[in-house]
Design a protein around this ligand. Sequence first.
Ligand SMILES: CC(=O)SCCNC(=O)CCNC(=O)[C@H](O)C(C)(C)COP(=O)(O)OP(=O)(O)OC[C@H]1O[C@@H](n2cnc3c(N)ncnc32)[C@H](O)[C@@H]1OP(=O)(O)O
Length: 396
Amino acid sequence: MEFPFDVDALLPERITVLDQHLRPPARRPGTTTPARVDVQQQLMTIVDELGKASAKAQHLPVPITSASRMQSNRHVMYVLKDSSARPAGKGAIIGFLKVGYKKLFVLDDREAHNEVEPLCILDFYIHETLQRHGHGRELFQYMLQKERVEPHQLAIDRPSQKLLKFLNKHYNLETTVPQVNNFVIFEGFFAHQHPPARKLPPKRTEGDIKPYSSSDREFLKVAVEPPWPLNRAPRRATPPAHPPRSSSLGNSPERGPLRPFVPEQELLRSLRLCPPHPTARLLLATDPAASPAQRRRTRGAPPGLGAQSRCYSRYGGLNSSSPNADSQEWKQGEQETETRAAAEETLSQDGCGEAPTHTAPPQAPAPPAQHCTVPADVFNARVIRNLQERRSTRPW
Ligand SMILES: CC(=O)SCCNC(=O)CCNC(=O)[C@H](O)C(C)(C)COP(=O)(O)OP(=O)(O)OC[C@H]1O[C@@H](n2cnc3c(N)ncnc32)[C@H](O)[C@@H]1OP(=O)(O)O
């Protein structure tokens, strides 16, 4: 990667380490010294351009590395220059590696939350024309020595497929410990933490735990999930052979498929916390049979009393002595009322299995006594449909 200024003179060493001060490195004796402000500007240009190139290579919508980001974070950037060739006599940049310590909450292989502050790989880029020439390894190896860390002690911020292959090839890192955040850690991470990972007190409720540790790549999350705590990770007996990969952003892996929704019992409990849907409110208001008070009054009644007083057949052959349209309509409405009331009942009882109470509306005309032939599975299907309709009132 070339620049309109002399990169070779600006960065005397093959690998230059930059921190938040973006201080120009000491120059070789004998070289002419441009104004300090120019040098800093040149450094900032290099950082910005590298950040843009890296974002492009990873298909990121915006760069996660820039001079301003460097200045506002305590990250360290290792910049590799091309010292062999000197195109146009000004040198060139091969790539960079950005690392930084971050406080993370990570899951161990027993899925316990651990508070750790590991060194994280935040951004890594080698120019397209120079990839697979060993430059990435050279840079990574230098960083490991400087930072005095072992590869398995690192946390990687949403590694790309290429980086995963790189880590596997050069450092034998393959088996990951599944996480609920963007970071990938590998087997052995917890064995060699300095200081050791701090386990969170067991009494702490899940709501107190930060669900996602801050990542520079937060904006890459594309899937819409239910809010915490409905999005808890499923328990997995064995870690997957490979960490989850991206679907929408090419090189960057994603956090994995959406976790399955919580069981029905939890869903019902959570639904009770939600305000009722306007339609449900309207139905409840116009239907006295669905009111909790009404249901409470009839809870002790023998089951099926209401049904016994109004019978119909799903097969159309009503046993009714007066099968007129009005009574048909009434029956349909009544059946829906029952279904709704049953769903209400199910909701109010947290799905504890108690049979719903069927109640005839007091104002309804008394239908002719008939034999009820609606099978239970049809009834259940309507209850389930009703529940599904209610699910669509979820706020996310
Ligand atoms: C947290 C993050 O920073 S995630 C983003 C990581 N960066 C990127 O994905 C940007 C594009 N990729 C790159 O810049 C580089 O490929 C890097 C930084 C990942 C690796 O640098 P390189 O100089 O290519 O690595 P190096 O030459 O030392 O090692 C090569 C090995 O890396 C892996 N690798 C590199 N490029 C590729 C590729 N295109 N496809 C698959 N594996 C690759 C392979 O394991 C490869 O070994 P192989 O050639 O025998 O298959």
